[in-house]
Design a protein around this ligand. Structure first.
Ligand code: F6P
Length: 321
């Protein structure tokens, strides 16, 4: 193997940069050249590659986002887009590819694997919804951002006797919301995996007020149904003691410098990805299983759904009393 490519795709996640750095430096240590692919699969289709040396990845460990930039490519979903990407890879002499991204990106990687391209995937998504790995790059940093925001919201909520509906990201996964609910002591967590009705939410808010709480924090995962707006509207109209406010945390959850944990797992993921490529283990994603980094077939990763531990959901409910 002489040359590999590396790209980041889908939503960015804090820690993608340390991962790119690890891929580049680990490959160079094996005398393998690295081509950085810009803008994810879009760049693969257009042949937007540049050679990356050790110094090109200096000073990026602590930077959020991704220096290679990222995109959600519609064109790559088509056979024509995939054909063009493979042609560009062959033209550039790219023997293999490391794909850092979430479920959509790994599905893209699967399309390449099916067409004989040696690929190793790395899970990068704040949602932590990828099968085959305990953690993804960016989850820890996003969680810390959420916790910091909710701690601040609690201060103002208590001062004004307010109920706050705080929306977290996570697409159809309640992982971030549940974890945040546990570690911030939220009164309630609403997630897509466990449907509730507005009456149950209202009952919780009412009880919190009667128990003498000075605030009520309800963390709502963005995929929950009913969602943030509906809940806030209905709760407010019920006049339950607290006045209601809404905070949608949005994209601040994806930014910021990666935590020490994210820098470490990102470095391990990147290093291991190169190790797998050198061993000829391709068509796999690097998964974190307990403390170990293991290869998981991308075909398995993309065909199974990661479930949320019911233990965490139950714990969030019990500790909220
Ligand atoms: O997958 C990461 C994520 O941040 C999700 O939590 C969210 O639903 C989505 O991306 C937002 O995507 P975009 O930045 O394209 O609006």
């Amino acid at each position: 193997m002489k040359t590999i490519g590396v790209l980041t795709s889908g939503g960015d996640a804090p820690g993608m940069n340390p991962c790119i750095r690890a891929v580049v430096r680990s490959a160079l240590a094996q005398n393998v050249n690295v081509l950085g692919v810009e803008d994810g699969y879009e760049g693969l289709i257009r042949g937007n590659f540049h050679s990356m040396g050790a110094r090109d990845v200096g000073g990026i460990l602590q930077r959020g986002g991704t220096i290679l930039r990222t995109a959600r490519s519609e064109e790559f979903r088509t056979p024509r887009g995939q054909r063009e990407a493979i042609r560009q890879m062959n033209n550039a002499g790219m023997d293999a590819l490391v794909v850092i991204g979430g479920d959509g990106s790994l599905n893209g990687a699967m399309r390449l694997v099916e067409q004989g391209v040696p690929v190793v995937g790395v899970p990068g998504s704040i949602d932590n919804d990828i099968y085959g790995t305990d953690m993804c790059i960016g989850v820890d940093t996003a969680l810390n951002t959420i916790v910091d925001a909710i701690d601040k919201i609690r201060d103002t909520a208590s001062s004004h006797s307010r109920a706050f509906i705080v929306e977290t990201m996570g697409r159809m996964s309640g992982y971030l919301a549940v974890q945040a609910g546990i570690v911030t002591g939220a009164e309630m967590v609403l997630i897509p995996e466990v449907p509730v009705n507005v009456e149950e939410v209202a009952k919780n808010v009412d009880e919190a007020y009667r128990r003498g709480k000075t605030h009520c924090i309800i963390v709502v995962a963005e995929g929950a149904d009913p969602g943030t707006t509906e809940i806030a509207k209905e709760i407010d109209a019920m006049d339950l003691g607290f006045t209601t406010r809404v905070t949608i945390l949005g994209h601040i959850q994806r930014g910021g410098k990666p935590s020490a944990f994210d820098r470490l797992i990102a470095s391990r993921f990147g290093h291991k990805a190169v190790e797998f490529l050198m061993q000829g283990q391709t068509g796999v994603m690097v998964g974190l299983n307990g403390r170990e980094m293991e290869p998981v077939p991308i075909s398995v990763v993309t065909s199974k759904v990661k479930t949320l531990s019911p233990e965490y959901v139950e714990m969030a409910r019990i500790l909220a009393r």
